[in-house]
Design a protein around this ligand. Structure first.
Ligand code: MG
Ligand code: MG
Length: 248
């Protein structure tokens, strides 16, 4: 069942989303060659705690950290590690959730470390564009497939792979609520209504669609080892247009 949020719940979601955005702002400041993903996790945790929120990811299905860090060919769900050090030319997707007043904000952003290749830079720009194309369709009266189609058409324009096994999702009291949102058209005619909240999160690959889960049971990697980018915002549909809770 897809629930619609009350005014009070929306207020708390905007607060939670703001804290998530603060984490991303901090990540942008500290990202540089030589930093480990474990250090990033510690810093993210600090920002979440300072703002009296709960790191949503920590302990979720047993996940051991406050953020997911997925470098280059890693798509999602990477576990931060002190042995994983960023270097010039990498891209890293950082996914973070914060819970405030019982409500969740969920946002992932991909960052370039120093200078990346032109083709990877284009993948980054295009995946971000696909996110905003999807957000534009998040309005009452549209159906879920309108969001999926918008994301898919941006990806297809550049010939990028679209990760099939993961996608967007309802969000609110829980990080993952109904509905599931595909990043490609499956003809889902579920109606979008005002005060529904969905985390929209395209994952696009420079190569093919296929991904696999690493032996740690978490990290998802492209099968062809080509880079993948991931951008996500938590979005609430309203009659006055979509509210992005996870931006400053
Ligand atoms: Mg996320
Ligand atoms: Mg999500």
């Amino acid at each position: 069942m897809i629930n619609r949020k009350s005014r009070d719940e929306i207020k708390k979601m905007i607060h939670a989303g703001h804290i998530v955005a603060l984490v991303h702002q901090k990540m942008k400041e500290v990202l540089e060659p030589g930093i480990s993903t474990k250090e990033l996790d510690n810093i993210a945790m600090q920002v979440i705690k300072e703002n009296r929120a709960i790191p949503t990811f920590l302990g979720y299905s047993g996940f051991p950290a406050s953020i997911c860090t997925s470098i280059n060919e890693h798509v999602v769900h990477g576990i931060p590690s002190e042995n994983e050090i960023l270097k010039e030319g990498d891209i890293i997707a950082i996914d973070v959730g914060a819970t405030y007043g019982g409500m969740v904000g969920d946002s992932a952003w991909s960052y370039e470390i120093g200078k990346v290749s032109p083709e990877v830079h284009k993948l980054m720009l295009t995946t971000e564009e696909a996110l905003f194309a999807g957000i534009e369709q998040m309005k009452p009266g549209n159906v879920l497939d309108d969001i999926s189609k918008a994301i898919e058409s941006v990806a297809n324009r550049e010939g990028y792979g679209i990760v099939r096994q993961y996608g967007g999702h309802g969000v609110g009291h829980q990080m993952h609520e109904d509905p599931f949102l595909y990043n490609y058209s499956v003809g889902d005619k579920t109606l979008i209504k005002s005060n529904m909240a969905i985390a929209i999160e395209p994952m696009l690959n420079l190569g093919g669609d296929d991904v696999e889960v690493a032996s740690d049971g978490w990290k998802v990697t492209t099968k062809d080892k080509k880079p993948s980018a991931h951008f996500e915002h938590t979005v609430i549909a309203t009659d006055d247009g979509p509210i992005i809770t996870t931006k400053l």
